[in-house]
Design a protein around this ligand. Structure first.
Ligand code: SAH
Length: 348
């Protein structure tokens, strides 16, 4: 059965017609499911029992189980959510001066195989549905008692490898009667699936596209990102330039600085040549070490020098703050720690 939370207003409207119910019920149900975050049909108190029974006969209404909540010294919270089939994903809630940002997952695991990232260990198990992607926002906001204003699709999974569901999710999450998060407050990060970048461009959404670049040439990028063999840098840059032409939006490039690998001034020079004159912003991330990999973060000095070089040569660059490091909630540290966490249960 389909999850009621996967449905947009149009689909709900069609369903009401099929049930022989008045159209305004679609709006009511949409609010219960998408905004209030009803966890079961019984919560929908202003929906007649007969309609609730019709819904229950045709749909499920999933609500993830809170398996674990960790709170970092800087206030960042990491949640482990369990779905009814036993799979689980992590989401991270971060507090900035301008409000709360949530980082959500789009797949259980990931099949992209980047060597520095914990999310890809064990490959992909399955895609999340649009409703499951949404539930991370709804139930995190409820648990923390906060309003979430910004969204980054930078948790576990490759969003563009779950393209249809992610696009449907974007439609749902920015609906005024739902979570009402503006597209300009949403960043979607990809390791560079060029065909999908072009499809996304054609939708002309006002989201921010982040591209995980991490190396200025194919020789280096091939060593850390298998996706580069399918979509090398020249093709990636062509897709990015099409994206900009179509949407007029600046692209954000993520570059994790790995000690002695991609952090030299020569690399900064190559990166400058690649991006100079394009609508770009570079986000430098000091590599977050994971136990399975020998790669180390660049020193703070090398990070600063790399950042200064790019800025001095006309490529706008910032260094990303590292939030939630002590609870493994930083970039690349999210993983499917299923067994271990399930046994520990939710804690504070
Ligand atoms: N699959 C998407 C979404 C993941 S976003 C993508 O690749 O963009 C998470 C970001 O953190 C990506 O830029 C990813 O490359 C980066 N990342 C992964 N592991 C990291 C690590 N160990 N240290 C720093 N950044 C890392």
């Amino acid at each position: 059965m389909q999850n009621l939370r996967d449905l947009d207003k149009e689909a709900l409207l069609a369903q009401m017609e099929a049930f022989g119910q008045p159209a305004y019920r679609a709006g009511q149900i949409f609010k219960w499911v998408q905004k209030t975050g009803a966890a079961c049909f019984a919560e929908m108190t202003d929906i007649p029992k007969i309609l609730r029974a019709q819904l229950a006969g045709r749909f499920t209404l999933s609500a993830p189980q809170l398996l674990r909540r960790q709170i970092a010294r800087d206030g960042t919270r990491k949640y482990l959510w369990g779905f009814s089939d036993g799979n689980c994903v992590e989401s991270v809630l971060m507090r900035y001066t301008h409000g709360y940002t949530i980082c959500i997952s789009t797949q259980v695991g990931c099949r992209m195989g980047c060597v520095f990232c914990a999310s890809t260990i064990g490959s992909k198990i399955r895609d999340l549905t649009p409703g499951e992607i949404l539930e991370q926002i709804i139930f995190t906001a409820k648990d923390a008692g906060v309003q979430i204003s910004n969204l980054v699709l930078m948790g576990t999974g490759e969003p563009l490898d779950n393209y249809e569901n992610v696009v449907q999710f974007l439609r749902l999450v920015h609906d005024r009667d739902g979570q009402d998060i503006g597209l300009r407050h949403i960043s979607l990060s990809t390791c560079g699936l060029c065909d999908r970048i072009r499809e996304l461009a054609a939708l002309n959404l006002q989201i921010t596209l982040s591209v995980s670049l991490h190396a200025p040439n194919d020789m280096l990028r091939n060593q850390i990102m298998p996706v580069n063999r399918r979509w090398p840098i020249r093709e990636l840059m062509a897709a990015c330039s099409d994206y900009i032409a179509q949407t007029n939006r600046r692209i954000s490039y993520e570059y994790a600085l790995i000690r002695g690998f991609n952090d030299s001034i020569d690399c900064a020079r190559e990166l400058t040549a690649l991006l100079q004159g394009t609508l770009a912003h570079v986000n430098l991330i000091r590599l977050n070490p994971i136990t399975e990999s020998p790669l180390k973060p660049s020193t703070p000095q090398a990070t600063q020098a790399f950042c200064d070089y790019l800025n001095m040569h006309g490529v706008t660059t910032t260094v990303r703050r590292r939030l939630g490091f002590d609870i493994d909630a930083s970039c690349g540290q999210l993983r499917r720690k299923y067994q271990q966490n399930k046994e520990e249960g939710a804690d504070r």
